[in-house]
Design a protein around this ligand. Structure first.
Ligand SMILES: [Fe+2]
Ligand SMILES: [Fe+2]
Length: 285
């Protein structure tokens, strides 16, 4: 299947008047995480040793993730001409490393590993759909739509391999649920927070997980609409073997939407408080 290229993007249509300043730091951070995808392919190749079909798919997948990083990074440089994607990525690589040498999945089984990958692709698919739907800037809209379509394909790719392993490994429902919930919980770990730091803060600013995850989530959560959560919940349900469009999924989506709104409010309050605390210091400087 022909994959898109950076040349297909209408970079000349960039419209600075349509750039929402709240979205720029998110795009910069996401660019770094995406570009780092190549490390995950090494890890996946180690975990799935002896499965050449999957290894080939993982290598292809990583090429696409790196391209997501390049497209978002290029947009970040256009939106903020003083910003260097290469420099930010160098800092990110230096400070954030995943253990690629694992010879078994950190999720306990190959099925579990693939469920965790499904969670990541559910998250990215929903996220880029949400960003693409919210932004008025035509280039970012095009980039986000292309990426969101890839992320959904990635979800299907990992899902299909997961079904193959599930038939063999027969991972129980509670275990599948635990892996899925565990991976969702990790979205607030260092991977994104540190990318936010490298993408948006000067090298002499000490890294703080709390400050950076607040900076990231306080902005990111504002771009979701209920339909994005509803669709994402369907994908989560499908991954763990539950009916994706039933009453239970509907209830879970409503619950997740309430939780997201509550957390977004908490993060935003913190962002406002920090901005106010820093305001007198800036005025005095
Ligand atoms: Fe991606
Ligand atoms: Fe992906």
């Amino acid at each position: 299947m022909k994959h898109w290229t950076l040349d297909q993007i209408a970079w000349d249509s960039f419209d600075p008047s349509k750039v929402d300043p709240e979205i720029v730091p998110l795009v910069k951070a996401a660019a770094l995480v995406e570009k780092n995808g190549v490390d995950y392919a090494v890890y996946l190749n180690n975990v799935f040793v002896g499965d050449p079909d999957f290894s080939r798919a993982a290598d292809n997948w990583a090429v696409e993730e790196v391209q997501h990083g390049d497209a978002l990074g290029k947009w970040g440089e256009i939106a903020d001409p003083g910003w260097s994607f290469d420099e930010a990525f160098r800092r990110y690589r230096e400070g954030y490393k995943i253990d690629v040498k694992a010879d078994a999945s950190i999720r306990g089984s190959r099925t579990g590993e693939l469920i965790a990958r499904c969670m990541v692709e559910t998250g990215t698919s929903s996220y880029y759909t949400a960003l693409g739907d919210s932004t008025e800037e035509p280039v970012l809209r095009q980039v986000c739509r292309l990426i969101a379509a890839d992320e959904y394909r990635h979800f299907k790719l990992f899902y299909d391999h997961m079904k193959r392993y599930l038939a063999r490994e027969k991972l129980s429902f509670p275990k599948r649920l635990r892996v899925a919930a565990g991976r969702i919980g990790e979205s607030e770990d260092d991977e994104l927070a540190f990318a936010y730091h490298c993408g948006n803060e000067t090298p002499d600013t000490p890294y703080s997980h709390d400050r950076c995850i607040t900076g990231y989530m306080g902005r990111a959560m504002g771009f979701y609409r209920f339909r994005h959560i509803e669709r994402g919940m369907g994908m989560i349900f499908k991954s763990i073997g539950l009916e994706p469009r039933g009453r239970l999924s509907d209830m879970a989506a409503k619950g997740a939407w309430k939780l997201l709104q509550w957390r977004r409010e908490k993060y935003r309050q913190t962002l406002i408080r920090v901005a106010n605390e820093n305001a007198p210091a800036r005025a005095a400087a």
